[in-house]
Design a protein. Structure first.
Length: 466
């Protein structure tokens, strides 16, 4: 679970507060002793067959012992000197069956770097699973069970209808002891600043969530999935009554992408940068509190520009859902489908207006032309691509950036050992500007490397060789 000191369960995490929406059905409190002694058993029985155990295994070949072929070494230590030839890493978590075809949703951190995945059902059936979609930006992944039948998919509910105080059950497999069910309430909604994923908008609950609960179900009293348990806030590694779940609204988006055969999630592009509203800005704008998402830059062409949004516009709501922060906007906008029209409530020059925005996919211009670099260069082991709005969105980077970006680093390679990082933008090599990924790929054997890099807005130059 993720523990977020906040603890991420293999895990869970802590976030900021947001607004709640009006309930679709009236709530009621117990009015008699008979009502107080009612059981959660019917809800648990209806949903527990949908929650599974997920086992992930990664096998990495270790470099051969340099003395392995030495006769004296073999004589004393035998074979390869008793040294293991591979490293086996394992992870344990939970998952939820969301489709009768065998689709299971879990946390990305449960199966991250895993090459062999198995799923065990509550009735002890076990299946091999393929990873059909990884989405680290939401910390979700979708698996497909091989040859599974007679499954019990859970109904995905409406997380937007939740209210603070609603009863919930958390179902998972903590510590590998078998399935457990814990009960609690929704403690808060729209929690942000947790750091578990790119989309910070969590359901907070006091239902006990422990190691192994990651990827398990948070269900409402109708037995519907309203969240995927992901992280906890903890100082000890155990539950302290502060757990976090990814809302079902985002789970639906990821699952639908997997159903349509997507290997990744295609999300709408807004085409503008947003910033948090400070108390000073709120006072200057005549607001009673610091809330909303302030437009700091609009990129042309793009959906925001096409809709007529301007710098200093304050976004207050998306399709009627209140927006307290840029994180809240990012979550709400990311759950919309490409090609849809989204209604934004905007405050401009002291007046409120409704601005319709037609969503679109981020353009991949220029083409990414991804290349894995090798040879005797400092970049050996790095994959680089031309930076476009589409690549910038995928990597959660400023869409105004241009150039060649490092998209992956193979562990143990020259690029990783030197210190290159995912997201580094290569600006120049030996004072020659790098225009595209082809320029880096054409670099020959040099004795001296002077490399200029933009890392998170900070530009620095490093020298290698000589």
């Amino acid at each position: 679970m993720r523990i977020v000191r906040v603890i991420v369960m293999t895990g869970a995490l802590l976030v900021g507060a947001g607004g709640a929406v009006e309930a679709q059905q009236p709530r009621a409190v117990p009015e008699s002793r008979q009502q107080i002694t009612l059981s959660f058993a019917p809800v648990a029985q209806r949903t527990s067959n949908s929650v599974v155990n997920v086992y992930g295994t990664s096998r990495q070949q270790l470099p051969q012992n340099p003395f392995a072929n030495d006769e004296l070494f073999k004589r004393f230590f035998g074979g390869d000197g008793g040294m293991p030839r591979e490293r086996v890493q394992q992870s344990l978590g939970s998952g939820v069956v969301v489709d009768a075809s065998g689709l299971v949703v879990t946390n990305h951190h449960v199966i991250e770097n895993m090459t062999e995945v198995k799923v065990s059902l509550p009735d002890k059936r076990e299946y091999e699973a393929t990873i059909v979609l990884r989405d680290p930006r939401t910390d979700l992944a979708v698996l497909k069970l091989k040859g599974a039948e007679h499954l019990s998919p859970i109904e995905i509910g409406d997380s937007d209808a939740l209210q603070v105080g609603d009863l919930v059950l958390a179902i998972g497999n903590p510590f590998g002891v078998g399935q457990t069910v814990t009960q609690g309430i929704v403690s808060a909604l729209a929690r942000t600043q947790i750091g578990v994923s790119d989309y910070q908008f969590f359901i907070q609950t006091d239902a006990a969530i422990n190691p192994g609960n990651s990827g398990g179900a948070l269900v409402d009293m109708a037995g519907r999935l309203i969240g995927i348990n992901t992280a906890i806030y903890s100082r000890s590694g155990g539950s302290m009554g502060i757990g976090f779940a990814i809302p079902a609204a985002m789970v639906k988006v990821v699952v639908e992408s997997a159903k349509t055969g997507g290997k990744s999630v295609r999300r709408p592009w807004f085409g503008a940068s947003l910033q948090q509203v400070s108390n000073d800005v709120a006072e200057a704008m005549g607001l009673d509190r610091a809330s909303g998402a302030l437009v700091s830059r609009v990129f042309e062409p793009g959906p925001a520009a096409d809709a007529g949004l301007k710098r200093s516009d304050l976004i207050l709501a998306v399709d009627g859902q209140p927006i307290d922060s840029p994180d809240a906007f990012g979550f709400r906008f990311a759950t919309k489908s490409i090609g849809a029209t989204v209604s934004l409530k905007v405050r401009r020059a002291g007046k409120e207006l409704i601005v319709p925005v037609k969503t679109a996919a981020a353009p991949e211009t220029p083409a990414r032309d991804a290349r894995k670099l090798g040879g005797p260069t400092p970049f050996s082991g790095a994959t680089v691509a031309n930076l476009s709005p589409a690549v910038a969105e995928e990597m959660s980077m400023d869409v105004s950036s241009t150039g060649v970006v490092v998209t992956e680093i193979d562990p143990g390679t020259t690029a990783g050992q030197i210190g290159f990082q995912k997201g580094d933008i290569i600006l120049a090599v030996n004072n020659q500007k790098i225009e595209n990924s082809r320029d880096l790929d054409k670099l020959g054997r040099e004795r001296f490397w002077r490399i200029t890099v933009n890392r998170g807005g900070q530009v620095f130059t490093s020298v290698f060789g000589g």
